[in-house]
Design a protein around this ligand. Structure first.
Ligand code: ATP
Length: 513
């Protein structure tokens, strides 16, 4: 069994080697924390986006999708609170000169305590077998109680210090806990400072008339400022949602972990507008719905957990993350936030325009409350890709690398392979390719022995390999090999479309949401 670091390295190198993700501007030695999606990566990313869009927009009568611009009027960010409060607390280590997010250093410390408790629990579970009662053990075992209580204390103290903007106390906590720089082991820290994460730019050609703008740090505000436009033109009735996907930009202090934390990334967000007082009901609803969406992809229930926020953002009255078990541990994949009427009210104040809804059922106007679901497309890519990448030992002792992507998301759905490059087999293979390409992304490969071609498709996650051989010429049948079972069946060419469709159609997968 490889350790987590090795697995993560393998994920990164596989993504590059097989044409999923490249470092941006690699020929100039790359740009830190910026990545390009390559030929298969772009397909996989499109498929994830589309799976989300269909689940949110197409499957819900009361949700519509928009595509707002990245540039927005600068007052937007004043109203949203980003100009004043979109900061991260940063701290430098004086010896290693490395920069960290102070809150992340403390959270990592808390997570270590959690892991110590989990280790004890796992040991006991093994010892007691079926009779193990986790809840009882956690509430009575002195060491576990101590670890978990200490973890809670640390997180509470940090939340309090950050809430009160008491950065000196954040530093004091780091020192008290004896947190050392992960690179140098040094505990020689600077003071904690706030750092605004928005990228500034200018609109307009001449220096005097240019207007200071920001690249949007989240897609949500494009939805809020369009609330009335969409509600009126779409004759939307509360509760209803507006969804969108698109780029967001954050000048992250520490951008690491491949595409997990980037400076340019993509979000898929949905803002759901509800009657004030009903937000918690909808918050619970969307927590469940979103988890079901994840589970429908079959990566495994144990890969997800909820994390309810201790420290709420300035706009929220409830918030939770769906965390995913990435190669470097459980981390946030998606946020579900009950944002109250904070955003719409703030835009009303700053724009002087009413952003209200007349509710015929209760016969009054109000500013709706908002429950949002917000997921990073790149993080979802990493979740899917890292889980799917597997080393498999086969019965004959050989090994294969296989990307067991949910087939609905696979970049290529089927590869058509003539057994040999002669006897008219390539021509038949191309005919099959031409007949399938209107419905699916399919490819053709005639180079190398058939076994090697299978492995190439396994490595990019293609669910089906269709092999054309001499029998095909006689009876119009081909073999179809499934990526996961490697089982091969003989089927009629005319049945291929429905076999592939049955396995990859979005509709079939969405039925599980
Ligand atoms: P984190 O605490 O990890 O910085 P966040 O709480 O600031 O994330 P949100 O503002 O809630 O994140 O953004 C919603 C989603 O956008 C996140 O759940 C994540 O999937 C994605 N996301 C946020 N920042 C980044 C980033 N720098 N790179 C990639 N994805 C990101």
């Amino acid at each position: 069994m490889k350790n987590k670091d090795d697995i993560f390295k393998k994920v990164i190198s596989h993504a590059k080697e097989y044409g999923f993700i490249f470092q941006s501007s690699e020929i100039y030695d790359g740009l830190s924390a910026v990545y390009d999606y390559a030929q298969y990566g772009a397909e996989l990313k499109n498929n994830i986006r589309s799976y989300w869009w269909k689940a949110m927009v197409q499957m819900n009568e009361n949700i519509v999708g928009i595509d707002a611009a990245i540039f927005m009027h600068p007052t937007t960010w004043k109203a949203s609170g980003h100009v004043d409060a979109f900061n991260d607390p940063l701290i430098d280590n004086k010896d290693s000169k490395k920069r960290y997010r102070a809150d992340v250093l403390i959270e990592d410390y808390a997570e270590k305590l959690n892991q110590k408790a989990e280790k004890e629990i796992a040991k006991a579970a093994k010892r007691f077998g079926d009779s193990f009662d986790r809840e009882q053990f956690v509430s009575t075992h002195p060491r576990v109680i101590k670890y978990l209580a200490e973890k809670e204390d640390v997180l509470k103290r940090m939340a309090l210090a950050l809430d009160n903007e008491n950065l000196a106390d954040v530093k004091a906590l780091i020192e008290e806990l004896g947190i050392a720089c992960p690179v140098s082991g040094s505990k020689n820290w600077t003071d904690v400072k706030q750092f605004n994460l928005m990228f500034g730019t200018k609109l307009g050609a001449s220096a005097d008339s240019a207007m200071d703008l920001y690249l949007r740090p989240e897609t949500a505000q494009g939805i809020f400022v369009n609330f009335s436009n969409v509600q009126k033109t779409g004759r939307m009735k509360i509760p209803f949602g507006i969804a969108q996907t698109g780029k967001a930009f954050r000048n992250e202090i520490v951008a690491r972990q491949f595409i997990f934390r980037m400076r340019e990334f993509e979000q898929m967000e949905m803002q759901f507008f509800v009657r004030p007082g009903e937000e918690i009901k909808w918050y619970d609803h969307w927590k469940e719905k979103r988890l079901n969406w994840h589970l429908s992809l079959g990566l495994g229930k144990e890969k997800y957990r909820f994390h309810d926020h201790e420290k709420l953002a300035h706009y929220a009255n409830a918030a939770a993350d769906i965390e995913f078990d990435f190669p470097f541990g459980f981390k946030e994949l998606e946020g579900i936030h009950s944002r109250t009427d904070f955003d719409l009210k703030a835009h009303e104040e700053h724009s002087g325009k009413k952003l209200q809804y007349f509710d015929h059922e209760v016969n009054k106007s109000y500013v709706p409350y908002v429950v949002e679901t917000s997921i990073g497309l790149d993080r979802m890519f990493l979740a899917v890709f890292s889980t799917a990448l597997q080393d498999e030992k086969l019965e004959d002792g050989s090994e294969r690398v296989v990307l067991k992507l949910p087939s609905v998301l696979a970049p290529v759905k089927a590869s058509v392979l003539p057994l040999v490059k002669k006897d008219g087999l390539p021509e038949i293979a191309r005919e099959i390719l031409d007949s399938l390409k209107y419905d699916f992304n399919v490819n053709y490969d005639e180079k190398d022995a058939i076994g090697r071609r299978y492995r190439r498709q396994d490595a990019i996650g293609t669910p089906f390999c269709i092999t054309v051989d001499h029998e095909t010429k006689e009876d119009g049948t081909v073999t179809i090999r499934h990526r996961d079972s490697m089982e091969q069946k003989r089927v009629k060419i005319s049945d291929l479309r429905s076999i592939i469709h049955e396995e990859v159609s979005v509709g079939n997968w969405l039925k599980n949401v």
